[in-house]
Design a protein around this ligand. Structure first.
Ligand code: LLP
Length: 859
C-alpha cells in the first residue's frame, strides 16, 4: 500500500507565460515540494518561454543576415532576462543558441525550410526553457532530473504520407507504459521534461502542433498512469466564454471530460483539445491551476460533471475558420460522392470539423487548430476535389458554439438566440450529433459582438452553484479596476458631480487630457497633424486643439464653416477637405476658399475636370485591406465605399494630368480604433508603392484610426513603437512628407458622459439600472457593440455588489449602454459616468424620441 502511494505520479504542465517569470517558478516549486511531501512523484512538463516559438518561426522566415541576427538576439535576450531574474547563469542555453544560428543560416543558404528542419528549430524553445527551469529548481533546493522528452514520447506512424503533419502535427500514444514508469522512477522524485516535442521511429524530432504541450503532458500522464494531471496556466480555469472578451464570463468549477473536450475543441485556449482524451481513457482527473495564485480554485475535469439537466455551459468562438464548399448537381442520389470527397481530405492530411449537406452542396469547415492550413496543401486539396465537384474555399469565418449537455432539449430556448443572426451572413449551422454543441459559422467581423450578446442571453450573470463559479471580473475586481484607477475623472469627481447638478445627460471634456493627447501625437515623426473633427466638433475642444498647433480634417461644408468661423485667420495649410460621395458644389466651395481637397473617386476627375485645373489635390487610395474595431469602421477593402482601388490609379494619374491638376499627395485611412502600430507603416509602404505613377506626389497622408484602450486591461497603442516604425519608413523613403489625421485618439479619453439613474429593475437572472442617457445620447454601444467602462460616480468608493445591464430610456431593445457590469447597489438619482466618451459621442447623438441633445462642457 505504502509502496503504491510512493509510486503515484502527478504530472504538472507549466505553460509559456507561467515559465517566463521567476515568481511563478517559486509557486511551482512549492507545489512540487508539497506533492513530494505527500509521497507523490512529480513529472514537470514545460513550454518554451512566452513568444519564443513565434520568434523561432520568424527566424526561419527572416531573409537577411541582419534580420536573423536581430531575431536571435531577441531570443537570447528573453532567456537572459529570465536567467537574470532567477539569478542563474544564462550561459547554459548558449550552445543551443549557436546551433540555432547555424541552422538558420543553413536554411537561408539552401533557401528551403523543410518540415523536418522546422521541427528541429522550434524544439529549441522548449529545450532551452527547460534548462533554465531545471537550474532554478536546483537552486531553490528542489532536486530535479532533466529529461529529454524525445526519449519519452514516440510519434504514432501516420496513414498518409504528409511530411507537414508528420513533423509538425504528430500524434503520440498515451498507453500505460510500466517500463517507462519504472525507468523514470529511477531518475528521482521529480523529473523535468519538455512539452511539444517528441521523436519518430527514426529518432528524428517531431512536434505535437502549436499548443501541444498540454497534449505532451496528457500522454505522459497516461503512460505513467498518473494520479492527477495539473495544467498550470495564466487563467484560473475554463470560463463560460473567453474572459478577455467578456469579463462577465463565469468560472466553470466542474466539467466532465465530454464537456471539457467540447469547450476546448470549440475555442477555449486554456486547454488544448487533444489533451483531454488521454486523461479520459486512463480516468485521470485533470485540474487547471492558476500559476500566479495557486489558491484560486480552478476547473476540475473528471469522469462525472454535475448533472443539472440541459443547460448551456459556454459560448465559444473560433476564429480563422475556413470552409470548403463542394457543389455538384450530380450528387443527388449518387453513391460514394461523400466517400470520394472525404478521401481527398484524408489524402492531404486535413481533418474536417463541421459538415452540412444538401442535395447539391456539401460544406465542411477546417479548423486552423487541427490543421496546418498552408496555401500549398489547401490548393492541392481544391485541385483534387475538382475532379469530383466544384470546390470553393471561403475564408474569414468564425465558428460560434453554444456548448452544454442536451442541446436538443434546449432548442426552444434558442429562439431569441436565432433572432440575433438576423441580417448576418450565416455560412453553416450544425447541431452536434453528440448533442453537446450547437454551432454557427458566421463572418469573422460579426463574431465578437454576437458572442457577447449570446453570452448575455444564455449564461446566468449571478448566483454560484456546482458548475458556475465567480465571474472573471469578480475574481479580478481589484486588478481589472486598475486602468480605471488612473483615469483623470477620479481626481475631478467633485467637479463632475457639480456638473451633473446643472443637468444630465451631459458630456464633459477635460482640457488637460486634450493637451496631453495632442502632445503625444505631436511627438510622432510626421510633418502635419489634422484633427478629424468628425470625432468631436465642440468649439472649446477645437480651440484647445488649435492652440496645440493642430490642423483640421473636415468632411463637410458645415465642418469647414465651423473651423473658419472659429479661427478666421487660420492658414490654409492647416485645413484639409476629405468628403465622400459629396456633390461637386462642395468641392468647388472648398477649392474657392483655397482649401486642399482629397478625392476618393474618379468620378470627380472625369465629370468635373474644370474644378481641378491648376489645383494641388490628394487622392485617397484603397489600401486593399481594412482594419478597425468593427466592420462598420473598416474603411478599406472591396466591401467599403472608400478610396480609389489600386487598379484604377494609372487612370487616375491620366485623368488628373488631362485636367491639369497636380496630385501632390496620396491618402489612405484603413479604419478606426486600431492599436497595432504596424498598421501605419504598412499603409505608408502601400502608398509609397502606389505613388509610382505620380511624379509630383510628396505627401503621404496615413489617415487616422489611432485607437485607445476600450476596456480595462486593453494595452494602449504603443506610440513609441509607432514613432519607430514611421522613422524606419522615412529613412527608406525620404522623398515623402507624412501627414496623419487622428480623431478618436485626441479626444476619446478626455470625454465622459454623465447621466442619472432613473429606475431600477430586477428580472429573472438580470438586473437593470436605467439612466437618462441612451442610444440617442451615445450610439456606439448600440451601433458597434462598443464597450465603454461605466461607474457609479456617486458611489465611487463602494465595493461592487451587483451585476447589471445599464439601459437608457429609448423605446428599443438595443438601447443598452453596458451589459453585465459590476456596480455597487445603485439608487435613483445617482450620477453614473460613462468613460471614453469624448470621441464619436455627442456628434452621433440624435433627437430620436425627442429627448433632446445633451449639453457639453469643457473643464
Ligand atoms: N480620416 C478619415 C478619412 C476618416 O474617415 C476618419 C474616420 C478619420 C480620419 C479619423 O479616424 P479616427 O482617428 O477617429 O479613428 N463612429 C466610429 C468611428 C468612425 C470613423 C470614421 N472615419 C466610432 O465611433 O468608432
Amino acid at each position: 500500500m505504502n509502496r503504491q502511494r510512493q509510486e503515484s505520479w502527478i504530472v504538472m504542465k507549466l505553460g509559456g507565460t507561467s515559465v517566463s517569470k521567476a515568481a511563478t517558478w517559486d509557486n511551482a516549486a512549492n507545489a512540487i515540494r508539497a506533492a513530494m511531501k505527500d509521497g507523490h512523484r512529480v513529472l514537470l512538463v514545460q513550454s518554451a518561454l512566452a513568444g519564443v516559438t513565434d520568434l523561432l518561426e520568424k527566424l526561419l522566415s527572416d531573409t537577411t543576415g541582419a534580420e536573423r541576427e536581430a531575431t536571435l538576439a531577441e531570443i537570447e535576450r528573453r532567456h537572459r532576462a529570465l536567467a537574470d531574474e532567477m539569478t542563474i547563469d544564462a550561459g547554459i542555453v548558449r550552445p543551443r543558441l549557436e546551433r540555432l544560428q547555424q541552422r538558420a543560416l543553413g536554411a537561408a543558404l539552401t533557401n528551403e525550410v523543410t518540415p523536418r528542419l522546422r521541427a528541429d528549430v522550434l524544439a529549441a524553445g522548449e529545450l532551452m526553457a527547460s534548462e533554465l527551469g531545471c537550474a532554478y529548481l536546483e537552486k531553490t533546493g528542489v532536486s530535479v532530473h532533466w529529461q529529454d522528452a524525445r526519449e519519452l514520447l514516440r510519434a504514432v506512424p501516420l496513414s498518409t504520407d504528409n511530411p507537414q503533419r508528420h513533423f509538425l502535427n504528430a500524434t503520440c500514444d498515451a498507453d500505460r507504459d510500466d517500463a517507462l514508469r519504472e525507468r523514470l522512477g529511477r531518475c528521482g522524485k521529480a523529473v523535468l521534461t519538455q512539452g511539444f516535442i517528441a521523436s519518430d521511429a527514426q529518432g528524428r524530432t517531431v512536434l505535437l502542433g502549436r499548443g501541444g504541450s498540454d497534449t505532451s503532458a496528457a500522454c505522459l500522464a497516461g503512460k505513467l498512469g498518473a494520479k492527477r494531471l495539473e495544467i498550470w496556466t495564466d487563467v484560473p480555469g475554463m470560463f463560460t466564454a473567453n474572459p478577455r472578451d467578456i469579463p462577465a464570463a463565469r468560472l466553470l468549477k466542474r466539467l466532465d471530460y465530454d464537456e471539457a473536450q467540447e469547450i476546448a475543441g470549440t475555442g477555449a485556449k486554456v486547454l488544448h483539445p487533444r489533451c483531454i482524451e488521454p486523461a479520459r481513457r486512463a480516468n485521470i482527473p485533470l485540474v487547471i491551476r492558476y500559476t500566479p495564485d495557486p489558491s484560486v480554485p480552478g476547473t476540475e475535469i473528471g469522469p462525472q460533471g454535475a448533472d443539472l439537466g440541459g443547460r448551456v455551459k459556454a459560448v465559444s468562438l473560433r476564429r480563422g475558420i475556413r470552409l470548403v464548399e463542394m457543389s455538384t448537381s450530380g450528387m443527388w442520389q449518387q453513391v460514394g460522392f461523400l466517400a470520394d470527397a472525404f478521401n481527398a481530405f484524408k489524402r492531404h492530411g486535413l481533418s474536417i470539423d463541421l459538415v452540412s449537406t444538401s442535395e447539391t452542396t456539401v460544406t465542411v469547415s477546417l479548423d486552423p487548430l487541427a490543421n496546418s492550413l498552408d496555401a500549398e496543401t489547401v490548393n492541392a486539396l481544391l485541385d483534387d476535389l475538382g475532379r469530383h465537384c466544384r470546390a470553393r474555399l471561403i475564408t474569414g469565418c468564425a465558428a460560434i458554439s453554444l456548448v452544454g449537455r442536451q442541446m436538443r432539449a434546449n432548442l426552444h430556448r434558442l429562439a431569441p438566440v436565432l433572432e440575433l443572426f438576423d441580417e448576418r451572413r450565416v455560412h453553416l449551422v450544425s447541431q452536434a450529433a453528440n448533442d453537446l454543441n450547437f454551432t454557427v459559422v458566421v463572418d469573422e467581423a460579426d463574431a465578437a459582438r454576437l458572442v457577447r450578446q449570446l453570452h448575455a442571453l444564455m449564461i446566468l450573470a449571478e448566483g454560484e452553484d456546482e458548475v458556475l463559479g465567480p465571474a472573471w471580473q469578480k475574481l479580478f475586481e481589484a486588478e481589472s479596476g486598475s486602468a480605471i484607477e488612473n483615469a483623470w475623472w477620479r481626481g475631478a469627481r467633485d467637479e463632475l458631480l457639480q456638473q451633473a447638478q446643472a443637468g444630465t445627460p451631459r458630456y464633459v471634456y477635460h482640457r488637460k487630457s486634450l493637451d496631453a493627447a495632442a502632445e503625444r501625437v505631436r511627438a510622432l515623426p510626421v510633418e502635419r497633424i489634422f484633427f478629424a473633427m468628425k470625432a468631436n466638433n465642440h468649439p472649446d475642444v477645437l480651440r484647445r486643439l488649435y492652440a496645440n498647433g493642430l490642423g483640421f480634417e473636415c468632411v463637410s461644408p458645415g465642418e469647414l464653416a465651423r473651423v473658419r468661423a472659429l479661427f478666421p485667420g487660420i492658414a490654409k495649410e492647416r485645413l484639409l477637405f476629405t468628403p465622400n460621395f459629396a456633390p461637386g458644389s462642395d468641392y468647388a466651395a472648398a477649392l474657392d476658399a483655397g482649401v486642399r481637397v482629397t478625392l476618393d473617386n474618379l468620378h470627380a476627375l472625369r465629370e468635373w475636370p474644370a474644378l481641378f485645373r491648376g489645383r494641388e489635390i490628394l487622392l485617397r487610395v484603397d489600401p486593399g485591406q481594412g482594419a478597425g474595431h468593427h466592420r462598420h469602421v473598416r474603411t478599406a477593402g472591396s466591401h467599403s465605399k472608400f478610396g480609389i482601388p489600386r487598379e484604377e490609379l494609372d487612370e487616375a494619374a491620366r485623368l488628373a494630368a488631362n485636367c491639369g491638376a497636380h496630385v501632390i499627395g496620396l491618402h489612405a485611412h484603413a479604419g478606426s480604433g486600431v492599436r497595432d502600430p504596424q498598421l501605419w507603416q504598412d499603409v505608408a509602404l502601400k502608398l509609397a508603392e502606389a505613388a509610382e505613377p505620380f511624379p509630383e506626389v510628396r505627401v503621404l497622408d496615413l489617415g487616422g484610426g489611432l485607437g485607445v484602450p476600450e476596456r480595462s486591461g486593453d494595452a494602449p497603442l504603443d506610440m513609441r513603437a509607432l514613432a519607430r516604425l514611421l522613422k524606419e519608413f522615412r529613412a527608406a523613403h525620404p522623398r515623402f512628407e507624412l501627414w496623419l489625421e487622428p480623431g478618436r485618439y485626441l479626444v476619446a479619453e478626455a470625454g465622459v458622459l454623465l447621466a442619472r439613474v432613473t429606475q431600477l429593475k430586477g428580472k429573472t437572472g438580470a438586473q437593470y439600472v436605467g439612466i437618462d442617457a441612451g442610444m440617442h445620447t451615445l450610439l456606439r454601444p448600440a451601433l458597434y457593440g462598443a464597450h465603454h467602462d461605466i461607474v457609479n460616480l456617486s458611489r465611487l468608493d463602494e465595493p461592487a455588489a451587483i451585476t447589471a445591464n445599464i439601459v437608457g430610456p429609448v423605446c428599443e431593445t438595443g438601447d443598452v449602454l453596458g451589459i453585465e457590469r459590476r456596480l455597487p447597489p445603485c439608487r435613483e438619482g445617482d450620477v453614473m459616468l460613462v468613460a471614453n466618451a469624448g470621441a464619436y459621442g455627442r456628434v452621433m447623438s440624435s433627437e430620436y424620441n425627442l429627448r433632446g441633445i445633451p449639453e457639453e462642457r469643457v473643464i
